[in-house]
Design a protein around this ligand. Sequence first.
Ligand SMILES: Cc1cc2nc3c(=O)[nH]c(=O)nc-3n(C[C@H](O)[C@H](O)[C@H](O)COP(=O)(O)OP(=O)(O)OC[C@H]3O[C@@H](n4cnc5c(N)ncnc54)[C@H](O)[C@@H]3O)c2cc1C
Length: 466
Amino acid sequence: MQGQTRLASAARDVGAHRPRVIAGVARPQSVTEVRAVVRRAAADGHRIYPISTGRNWGMGSGVPSTDDNVVVDLSGLDRIRSLDLDNGFAVVEPGVTQAQLAAELRDTPWLLNVTASCADTSVLGNALERGDGSVRSRIQDVAGIEAVMPDGSLVHTGGLDTWGRYRGRVAGPDLTGAFVQSNLGIVTAMAIALVPRPASFGLVHGRIPRDQVGRAVGALGTFLRRGNPAEGLLRVRDIALVPSRGGWTVPDGVDPELFTIVGPLLGSGETVQLAEELLRKALLEVEGAEGLRVLDATAVMPDDPLYPRALMAQGIPTCRGVHKALGVTSCDQIDTGKMGFLALLPQLPMESRSTDNILQVLRAAVECNGTAAMLEWNLISRNLANGVIQIFFDRDDADAASRAHRLRQDAGGLLRGHGCAIYRSDIDNSAADLYAQSTPDTLGMLRRLKTAMDPYGLVSPGRYSA
Ligand SMILES: Cc1cc2nc3c(=O)[nH]c(=O)nc-3n(C[C@H](O)[C@H](O)[C@H](O)COP(=O)(O)OP(=O)(O)OC[C@H]3O[C@@H](n4cnc5c(N)ncnc54)[C@H](O)[C@@H]3O)c2cc1C
């Protein structure tokens, strides 16, 4: 453990959150070494903060929630423990990246539900945070976990066995969900459900006038509720809200007059065709939607701006989107680069009038803070969408950074006031978001659970709970 030097976190966080004092970094290479780190931390009275690949950009990157934690970097645990190509499950360790698992799945009947983030992000770390992939929310992929508990014991949930195989759910209570967005233990393996490789990879793409956002979200909600015969997560994105005065930042090429509908339609040729017909019918009332195309994702060329989305639709991760958004040529530059980035993640309704109200509220927050925001509706279910509000700022400008943080704070409060729950949070706000959105009895239960599992509060203090 490199515990002698106390490190300040400020330099390596694209979100410019309040800097934390870091007590050291441990880099275990095996579960046995993770257990040794936990035992040593308990003996020395150190708190520990596990990360998988530490690329939680916009929400704190690899920085702990509180001061004086030893960061436990699990990227060295990078084994795919098993791959079940009959039933479509992979069991992966924290350091297994999207690129690594996707490469393993090439030429198999299965593909990975990849995110738009860097190819070298952790499949497990993202799923623990309830990230969104190109096909569905990553939480739907999580079948079971293995975790080292604060007392050093090694537990398994959901049917994942001690030999790293997954055979399906076993009888009895399933505590898998208790390890998601929580700090009960250090997750050392996860069983991931894979997506059947379809015969046809459709890619929906449309650029539509901005005043149609509400209608489009409502129409897509109707499309999903009536039944989308194909698989894939449709996104309504590139909605730029910019303040009237200058000094704000958005990625190159953003056009505030338009927004985008994009996402895969996966299935047999017939299901993709039927899905396209139903989608067009649902969008009939949306002005400008007649130009929407459904492309063959496998035929999109590398020089086409849609290429990164076409790769994602095929389960191939790419860093191109991240590089473009943050103006870098390597993901290693993101946490030290000039462009700052924050994310706010609310659940959003899929209904026209509420969408227009939400846009109005957010426009006011953007105007007040003199900072731009990019909005996205990830249509993960038939009920609600996962919202992604991206805030870009110039990290060299201290005032721009504080305005960006204020905007996230204000927008979060306003959205909660409009009934939109925050479903994923950052190192500055995760404990507050949990407290603000839970009843006293629920908080009491969580505290009793945490105290029973981790009486000395060793693991990730402040990350979603005390
Ligand atoms: C341009 C851009 C696009 C993005 N697109 C997406 C997207 O499409 N979908 C999406 O979900 N995100 C997206 N992100 C956000 C982010 O980059 C990803 O979510 C990324 O996968 C998270 O980083 P990671 O995988 O390295 O997880 P980590 O940073 O390793 O983990 C995240 C957190 O989970 C907890 N944790 C991690 N591992 C463990 C463990 N083993 N045990 C216990 N707790 C643990 C810790 O609290 C940690 O801070 C995007 C970001 C940018 C800048």
